[in-house]
Design a protein. Sequence first.
Length: 242
Amino acid sequence: MKAVVINGSPHGDKGNTQLILGPFIEGMRAAGAEVKVFETRSMTVRPCQGEYGCWFRTPGQCFQDDDMQKLLPELLEANVLVLATPLYVDGMTGPLKMVVDRMIPLGEPTIVSRGDHCRHPGRGSVKDRKMVLVSNCGFWELDNFDSLVAHVQAIAKNLDAEFAGALLRPHGPAFKAMLDQRAPVTDVLDAARDAGRQLVEQGSIASQTLGVIGRPLLPRDMYVAIANQKMPKPRKQTDNRQ
């Protein structure tokens, strides 16, 4: 099995999203998957120009010479696509969305009816492709991810991929702090690692495993109080008018 991971965090492997993504990748590799990781912060990807040359003039290839030229061939061969992103205004980060927009060469210009819905058929020979979301946010409630999950599920349908699950970590800043303090939260890491193994070995991730990854770490009122206490205070402005 070949998996491609696209990490849309501006902090890359130093961000809170990586706290879940890291062990998930470890689990996939331990189960025998070949995993390639791309970080948008170190990629040059220009916006889609919507001129459809990748469909008609040079089928499967965009005219723009940037890092999508390296990513697209990997995506064509991948059995698993993992989109990782912190939650930004109820969605994915801008750089990750730009990468997703540039995936249009993976499809054909014709329209087919699939699942009682109009879709574009995909290129390549990979069948039974899976898609997974990994995300982190600073709000306490799990339902803050609902719009992002719905978006990625729709992307999966358009890519003719099965949405295999979402590894969601709410109140992510507290998770990092509790790990640093050696609090009893390593079961979340173990569950993320087990999710990677399950995906490779079974083709799916157990809902119980996903539940552990997103479990509450502390009461909401306590989290809000701690978060506000640690919030940087705005600097006082000095009136320099004469």
